[in-house]
Design a protein around this ligand. Structure first.
Ligand code: PEP
Ligand code: MG
Length: 323
């Protein structure tokens, strides 16, 4: 099997029906970087920036972060790297920050909420990213954006940071794209203006699913109770993709499900054309995509919905066995 993946490493993920799916990888550690050329990834669709903050016992300095981010961009050799700004809250506590005792940390003061209320760290991080880009393109996205206004406020911070860098005479990124993670159901229903303004959207399926079903992703008792291939969740994802298509907004999916071949196939069938996953999943996902006809799969999914089934999984598995 490994050999099969090696043989398709440099081939595109083109399906039997001619759809091309962009294969991106998730990263967060320097140790992930060697996987970038070896996995066949076309870029980093999600660089989680928490780890550099979590492993220290004091706030990292801007210059340290900037050096790390520059190494990540260097390793990508011109391929895009999407940096997600800090997603920290009382679920991931920093040793050097005052802990807050929150009853529901996953729904608490985390991610962009902290970034907007106490913008010091966000500003420092944005500057570190701009200096790391050093005249190259920069892709930034904000975690846990729940409403349009949070995106516009976060984007204003990017503009302020750019202005500051300009005043200081530092080279600016050659271009900057500012995206949002869609990981609360509310953002899927944001005004059309949001979809028009945002440069790209990345669906954070891990959080989106937990909030869609109100089922804690960390709780073993409920974690697997609701299937990603549940018809309701798939319909919601499909509507998000349609809204993005209507406004020409690039959309990708970066939750763990993107790295599960059957789930990834269904995500492609409902219209996703960019998936970001752990590097080891790229081979297996690409292999299945290249053997599949999404148009046939769409029919299987539509029939299953029509029958009123709870999940499309059994029908999809049967269909795969027939192939
Ligand atoms: C997600 O929620 O799907 C996601 C990619 O972010 P994280 O897993 O870091 O919360
Ligand atoms: Mg998330």
């Amino acid at each position: 099997a490994l050999e099969r993946y090696a043989s398709i490493r440099d081939k595109p993920a083109v399906t039997r029906c001619g759809a091309t799916i962009k294969m991106m990888m998730n990263a967060g550690l320097m140790a992930d970087l060697p996987s970038l050329p070896s996995s066949g990834a076309e870029g980093v669709g999600l660089f989680r920036t928490e780890l550099q903050f979590l492993v220290r016992n004091q706030m990292p300095r801007r210059s340290e972060l900037s050096a790390i981010y520059a190494r990540v961009i260097d390793a990508a050799r011109g391929m895009p790297v999407v940096f997600r700004t800090l997603d920290i809250g009382s679920d991931k506590v920093l040793a050097y920050m005052k802990p807050n005792d929150e009853p529901n940390p996953a729904m608490g003061w985390r991610a962009i909420r902290v970034g907007l209320d106490k913008p010091g760290v966000l500003r420092m991080q944005l500057q570190a990213l701009m200096r790391a880009a050093n005249g190259r393109p920069l892709y930034v996205m904000f975690p846990f954006v729940a409403q349009y206004e949070e995106y516009t406020r976060a984007r204003a911070e990017v503009n302020k940071a750019l202005e500051r860098e300009r005043r200081l005479g530092h080279p600016l990124p050659s271009k900057i794209e500012v995206g949002a993670m869609l990981e609360t159901p509310s953002l899927g229903f944001a005004p059309r203006k949001f979809f028009e303004e945002v440069d790209f959207i990345s669906i954070g399926g891990n959080d989106l699913k937990q909030f869609f079903f109100a089922a804690d992703r960390e709780n073993e008792r409920v974690r697997r109770r609701y299937d990603t291939l549940n018809v309701s969740f798939l319909s919601f994802l499909e509507q998000i993709v349609e809204r993005c298509t209507d406004t020409n907004t690039p959309v990708s999916f970066c939750g763990e499900d993107a790295g599960r071949p059957v789930e990834a196939l269904c995500l492609a069938a409902i219209g996703l054309r960019s998936l970001s996953m752990r590097p080891a999943s790229i081979g297996p996902v690409k292999s299945l995509l290249r053997r599949s006809n999404l148009e046939d799969l769409r029919k299987v999914i539509a029939d299953t919905r029509h029958r009123g089934a709870m999940s499309v999984r059994p029908a999809v598995m049967d269909w795969l066995k027939e192939q």
